[in-house]
Design a protein around this ligand. Structure first.
Ligand SMILES: Cc1cc2nc3c(=O)[nH]c(=O)nc-3n(C[C@H](O)[C@H](O)[C@H](O)COP(=O)(O)OP(=O)(O)OC[C@H]3O[C@@H](n4cnc5c(N)ncnc54)[C@H](O)[C@@H]3O)c2cc1C
Ligand SMILES: NC(=O)c1ccc[n+]([C@@H]2O[C@H](COP(=O)([O-])OP(=O)(O)OC[C@H]3O[C@@H](n4cnc5c(N)ncnc54)[C@H](O)[C@@H]3O)[C@@H](O)[C@H]2O)c1
Length: 450
């Protein structure tokens, strides 16, 4: 059966949902398709469930910090099953909620893998979908790890659906997922080892602040091995043995669970982009500044699937707004602008960045001063007995423009938004310093950071 729509959207995550709803609200006929239950990564398998699980270990982290002052005897261990039940209260309603919302909006729903038959036709099973335009918001998936036994790795979605938390966990990788899962799992009672191939963890964040967080994580304790690449995984009895290479030295780690935390790749395999004449590379679908495919003008891409910006939720939302503008008001009405897109590692305490890294600002030849301090002695960290706290703010000489801000410590995940606002809307260091802040809050520290 052939059906025709103004817009056919692939993916029901943050990007696909917003594109479908935005185009429909503008009066276009819209179809949406997903091969998984509707909802996408962020709400079902990513940001939101992760942050719900983190909520259960936040008090544990707080108690650990206050324990040495004699305020608590010993921290409690949260009940993992109850944590999962709490998480499901958020994730279970997502799919039925999306199904109902699309139906109410008059968006035609399809379930199955969408693949191109030719540049203006998508197939979902035997159903033929003709589109005036296509919006590809297919997201990302765990990157292929070319090691023996890679099929034994549990992916992040599996970790966030575990019925019980195994005692010993090896995390393969040293990025966002490894750091966030380590902080949750250790506080929930597991013994965690992190294997990071490169010499540094959390590439893309300020190295001095990463060092503070790594020291804190090491003390939790997490066994962090840098310069250590996982080379093979084998089943041994009920558990696993992970083989790794550390500068030519062969290492072995026994574990009850091995988790993939070694990067994600655009999820393009099912789409048969070649048949659709849609150019793509390792970073995703190749798009111009308007998020239009460089090879098929009927196609736009957004979110993790598009080779643009950072694969994060705020970027997926921004892309969706750009695609909606270009689909409803003409193909060249809006360009992407990833200025001041903040990013947070939701460790305890969190690590955050917005704008340029020091190295990037130097590379661009900008003249700037750096306000860098370790602030475990500041009131907002000290009252929590939090030892991991610091900032680095890059301020342009002459203009006072904030070029970049990097934070680690209590509420860094919230405070970074003030710097994002400043960078996006041109509020200078002077403007930030003279703003009255509620006190005592971590936000009020901003005045002393600039
Ligand atoms: C564990 C984890 C934690 C994260 N935490 C954060 C966080 O705290 N903050 C943050 O900003 N970002 C976070 N992210 C990243 C964030 O989740 C993604 O950037 C965001 O969800 C991408 O949204 P999207 O709409 O592009 O894709 P997705 O939400 O992944 O949606 C893509 C959808 O397309 C469907 N699909 C793919 N191919 C086809 C096909 N051929 N046919 C039909 N359907 C198809 C998929 O089934 C999927 O449902 C996290 C990611 C993970 C994995
Ligand atoms: N808070 C957030 O915003 C958040 C949280 C989780 C995930 N995410 C998104 O998901 C993506 C994927 O997260 P991630 O942590 O998997 O990727 P990542 O790119 O952040 O880190 C992957 C790390 O794994 C290492 N690695 C690769 N192969 C290895 C091997 N064989 N042995 C040891 N180490 C190896 C890499 O050197 C790299 O440091 C992120 O880039 C981000 O876009 C975001």
């Amino acid at each position: 059966m052939t059906q025709s729509f103004d817009i056919v959207v692939v993916g029901t995550g943050v990007a696909g949902t917003a594109i479908a709803r935005g185009c429909r609200a503008a009066g276009l006929s819209v179809a949406i398709v997903d091969e998984l239950p509707y909802g996408g990564t962020c709400q079902l398998r990513g940001c939101d469930p992760k942050k719900v699980l983190r909520a259960a270990v936040e008090p544990v982290s707080g108690m650990e910090q206050l324990e040495e002052l004699g305020i608590f005897g010993a921290p409690v261990t949260p009940d993992w099953r109850s944590m999962m039940a709490f998480k499901r209260r958020f994730t279970d309603p997502v799919t039925p909620g999306k199904e109902a919302a699309f139906a109410e909006a008059g968006i035609a729903k399809f379930h199955g893998t969408a693949r191109f038959a030719d540049p203006d036709t998508l197939m979902v099973g035997d159903t033929v979908l003709k589109g005036g335009h296509f919006a590809l918001a297919a997201g990302s998936r765990p990157a292929d790890l070319p090691i023996d036994g890679a099929e034994l790795l549990l992916h992040s979605d599996g970790f966030m659906a575990l019925d019980t938390l195994p005692r010993r966990i090896v995390l393969v990788g040293g990025g966002y997922i490894a750091m966030e899962f380590a902080h949750i799992a250790v506080r929930a009672g597991a013994e965690v080892t992190m294997l990071q191939r490169g010499e540094r963890l959390l590439d893309g964040f300020d190295p001095d602040l990463v060092d503070l967080l790594v020291e804190r994580t090491h003390d939790m304790p997490v066994d962090i091995r840098v310069g250590t690449a996982a080379t093979a995984i084998e089943r041994v009895g009920e558990g696993y043995r992970v083989h790794a290479d550390q500068e030519g030295r062969a290492l072995r780690f026994e574990s009850d669970l091995v988790v993939h935390a070694a990067g994600r790749a655009p999820n393009l395999d099912g789409l048969d982009l070649q048949a659709g004449g849609v150019a793509f590379g390792k970073r995703g679908i190749e798009v111009d500044d308007h998020l239009r495919s460089v090879s098929n003008p009927r196609v736009f891409a957004a979110g993790d699937a598009a080779a643009s910006g950072m694969p994060l939720t705020p970027k997926a939302s921004h892309d969706a707004a750009v695609v909606v503008a270009n689909l409803t008001r003409g193909g060249h009405s809006r360009r992407v602008d990833y200025t001041a897109m903040p990013s947070v590692v939701f460790s305890l305490p969190p690590l955050a960045r917005v704008g340029l890294l020091e190295e990037e600002a130097l590379h661009q030849g900008l003249g700037f001063r750096v306000n860098h301090a370790v602030t475990d002695g500041w009131f907002s960290a000290k009252r929590l007995n939090e030892t991991c706290s610091g900032h680095k703010v890059l301020i342009e000489e002459g203009t006072g423009r904030i070029l970049g801000a990097h934070l680690v410590g209590p509420h860094a995940d919230e405070v970074i938004n003030l710097f994002a606002l400043a960078i996006r809307h041109g509020i200078t260091a002077e403007g930030l310093a003279e703003t009255p802040y509620s006190y005592p809050t971590s936000g009020s520290d901003v005045a002393s950071m600039v």
